[in-house]
Design a protein around this ligand. Structure first.
Ligand SMILES: *[C@@H]1O[C@H](CO)[C@@H](O)[C@H](O)[C@H]1NC(C)=O
Ligand SMILES: *[C@@H]1O[C@H](CO)[C@@H](O)[C@H](O)[C@H]1NC(C)=O
Length: 338
């Protein structure tokens, strides 16, 4: 019986060029939020806005296409999906979306005005809800039999999105929605002890990352022209689920907390392929999460050994504050999001 290794409790979501939101699960069970508005941190570099709620797991969030408004979701300690948004420029209250879940949620936003959120239900099946711009539909059962690793949801073409999860067989399963509706479950194989994350590095591309039962990072890539390649080990020895981000067309970074306590980074740069693992220092207790708010820019965050959020940023040339040290972003966060 595999044990799920730690999952992040904090996320970074860009809401426009040089704009980012950070949302994390506090030790007081409330979600906390701060944003970078292009020139400053709101409410401050080490301060956080209290979003309330009653959560123990990581949130998910997205930006409504066009408006730049942020929507966040979490599965509460009551097992139901809860959401709030800043549609009026101010955060509204929590809205009950119902359902009954055994995993944290994952969400995706697409093209011209749509969002979906999903999670693994207490029945073990995948459940999703979609808003096409005309309000939320009902819960849709996608079936399947899933382990308690959080699912991952990504849009990788106009209106084309895929949700994946680790099955009770510890293999990766994926279902894709295209303009014609949902296809069937596809078994992508592998044997995982972590959350598996799907991202898109460009239209027509999907990349999946997870830590295998041998504790190495595994990666598999899809392109609409070439289909799925084989699983490839990226090596390493990990004690956390991956944090991954695309930070420009055909550019990706993969992070993980190593079994030795250090956080590691490997990047894919278009034609050059994968670099080697870079040691980012030992400030993290939790799993890393990464985000990008413009080409060549990315940030990595984690719950630090002291419970405060830690961050470092890549500006295209260098890491700030440095490759091995972290900025203190304050707060008090839980260190395992699942
Ligand atoms: C961003 O926030 C800072 C600090 O609160 C403020 O001084 C600045 O005017 C804001 N900039 C924008 C573009 O809103
Ligand atoms: C945003 O919040 C408002 C007020 O609670 C709600 O009416 C609206 O449906 C929410 N929007 C989304 C996309 O959930």
């Amino acid at each position: 019986m595999a044990t799920l290794i730690i999952v992040t409790t904090i996320i970074i979501i860009s809401f426009g060029s040089n704009r980012m939101n950070m949302i994390g699960c506090g030790t007081d069970k409330h979600y906390k939020h701060k944003n970078w508005n292009g020139s400053g941190w709101i409410p401050s570099k080490t301060g956080w806005d209290d979003m309330g709620g009653d959560f123990s797991w990581m949130p998910t969030a997205g930006t409504w296409p066009g408006s730049g408004n942020t929507v966040m979701w979490g599965v509460g300690n009551d097992g139901k999906m809860w959401t709030k948004n800043d549609s009026s420029g101010n955060w509204g209250g929590w809205n009950d979306m119902g359902g009954t879940f055994k995993s944290p949620p994952s969400s995706t936003t697409w093209g011209s005005g749509g969002m979906s959120v999903g999670g693994v239900g207490t029945d073990g099946g995948m459940w999703v809800k979609t808003n096409n711009g005309n309000g939320w539909g009902g819960w849709e059962s996608l079936g399947g039999t899933f382990w308690n690793a959080p699912p991952s949801y990504a849009t990788w073409g106009s209106g084309t999105r895929s949700i994946c999860g680790v099955g009770n067989d510890y293999g990766l399963w994926m279902k894709t929605y295209s303009g014609n509706g949902w296809g069937g479950w596809t078994s992508l194989g592998g044997t995982f002890i972590s959350q598996v994350i799907v991202i898109s590095r460009g239209s027509g591309y999907m990349d999946v990352y997870g830590v295998g039962s041998n504790e190495e990072m595994w990666w598999r890539a899809y392109s609409s022209s070439g289909g799925w390649g084989g699983w490839q080990s990226l090596g390493g020895s990990f004690a956390s689920s991956p944090g991954v981000v695309s930070w420009g067309s055909n550019h990706m970074s993969c992070y993980g907390k190593g079994k030795d306590g250090y956080t590691y980074h490997k990047k894919w740069t278009g034609g050059s392929g994968w670099g080697s693992w870079e040691n980012m220092g030992n400030g993290c207790k939790g799993a890393p999460a990464a985000g990008s708010w413009g080409a060549n820019h990315q940030a990595i965050i984690c719950t630090g050994n002291d419970g405060k959020m830690k961050m470092k940023q890549w500006d295209g040339t260098q890491w700030t504050p440095s490759g091995s040290t972290w900025d203190d972003m304050g707060g008090s966060f839980v260190d395992d999001g699942a």
